[in-house]
Each structure stands twice: as C-alpha cells, then as structure tokens.
Design a protein around this ligand. Sequence first.
Ligand code: PEP
Ligand code: MG
Length: 323
Amino acid sequence: QKKEWEKLVAEKTVSEDGQHVELAANIGTPDDLDGVINNGAEGIGLYRTEFIYMGRNELPSEEEQFEAYKTVVERMAGKPVVIRTLDIGGDKELPYLDLPKEMNPFLGYRAIRLCLEEQEIFRTQLRALLRASEYGNLKIMFPMIATIEELRQAKEILNEEKGSLLANGVKVSDSIEVGMMVEIPSTAAMADIFAKEVDFFSIGTNDLIQYTMAADRMNEQVSYLYQPYNPAVLRLINSVITAAHQEGKWAGMCGEMAGDELAIPILLGLGLDEFSMSATSILPARTQIKNLSKQQMQTIAKEALTLATATEVETLVKNKVLK
Ligand code: PEP
Ligand code: MG
C-alpha cells in the first residue's frame, strides 16, 4: 500500500468522477515543510503561527516572523499557503504576556479577541505577513471570529498596515486572499453574511465541535459528546460550504475531521473544496478520494443530513461507502 501512495505524491487529488479537491497540510513551523513536500501536499491550509511565540521569553520581532513566513511561502513555490494570525489563549499560554487566569479559557480572552485589544502584537504580525506576501501565494486567516464587527475590524487593521507599508515603498502582493476560520457556531449560523466579506472560509472543526456540543475538547469525561459525525455538526458544515459557494468563494476545513476516513466521503459530498490535515494523512486521503465518486457522495451526504444521531451517520458511511 505504501508503494501505491508514493505514486500519488506528484498527483493532484481527483475523485473517481473527475472532480478536483485540494489536499493541503497543517503545519506549526517551517521545519514541518519536508514532510509537507514529501507527502505531496497541494498547499498549506493552516500554518499555526502560535509556535513562533511559544517557548521563549519575549515576543518575536517582525523580522523574525517575516523570515519564517517568507521561508514557508518560498518553499511552497506558488502553491497556496494559508497563514493563521496568532491564536493564543485557550489551551496555549504565553508566560511573558501575563494574561489573567480565567474560569473558562476556551470561552475567554484568546485569538482575535486578544489581537484586537493588544494591537501592537497584531500589527507587527500583519506587517510581517504583508511583507512576506511578495514571495509566494500567501493567504491570511483570522481565528476565532465570533461577530462581523470583529472581522471588519481585523480587516481594517490589515488594510491600515498595508497602506502604510505601501506608502513607505515596501512591496506587498495585491492579490492576498483574506479569510476566516469558522469555529464558533455564531459564524456558521451567519455564514451567508460573512461570505460576502471574506475570500474564503476554513472550518475549524476541533473548536466548532466543542462549541456546538458544549463539550470541552480536552475533557475525557465528556468526550462521548465530542461527536464529529453528529448531524448538528454536519448541518453547520453544510450551511458554511453552501454559503461560501453562493458568493463564489471557496470553503476548506483544517480541523482533524478533514483527514478522517469516515468523514471524507461526507465532506466530499457536501462540496468541501480544500481539506487540510497532517502531512502523513495526505496520501491515504488522496487514495481514498481517487476511489470515490463525488456525485455518489452527494447522495450519501444528503442522507446523512436527515439522520438523528452520530452513530447512524457512522453506520451509513461504513455500510455504503467503506464496506
Ligand atoms: C480548529 O479549531 O479546528 C483548528 C484547526 O484550530 P486549533 O486546533 O489550532 O484550535
Ligand atoms: Mg481552533
């Protein structure tokens, strides 16, 4: 089977009935790039920039960040690279920021909430990203957006930084796509509105599932409620993809679910355009998709949306697809 996968490294991901989807990789640092390239990723769907800020005593400089982002887009040689702005807080802490202890860190001061408040941190990162955009196909993505005001404010700050770089004669790509993660149910419910103001969505199921089911993703005691195949989750995913397509935008997924053998047939059927996963999942997923008809998966996905439980969805896929 390993041999079979290796032949697929240089290929695009095409379903049995000829439909292309993009299989991208999630990375945490430029050191992950060898794995990404060896496993034939068609792009990077999530670069978690938190790691640049972690395991040190002070904030990373603009220059240091610029070098990291530049390295990644250059090595991906024109393939899309989605870089997520800082998503600190929740389970990820920064000792030197001295953030207040919270009762519910996953519902607290994190990610874009912190960036909109601590603007110097955010602006420094945005400048590094904008400067790196000249060296490849860089896309910017905001994490943990809950309201349209947050999205607008983040975009405005980005535009301000772009304007001042250009005014200073610094080159910035004029074709940077700007998107957001859909990982809070409020944004999934309002996806039609959000879709008008972004270039793309990336569904963050790791958080979307925990917020939809009100089940902490780190808590073993309630892990039975952490259900990727729950029809409630599938319906949200469906409406996000539909909303994106209605506005001519693309929809990806960068949560663990995107690389899950059981979820892939349904996601393909729902019309997901980009699947971003750990590099080692790419070739197995490409092999799986090669053998699936997107049209047939549309029927399966439609049926899944009518079911009552996660177990019923699982049984459907096991009986009708994986066999
Ligand atoms: C997600 O929430 O699905 C996601 C990809 O982000 P993270 O796992 O970094 O929270
Ligand atoms: Mg998340």
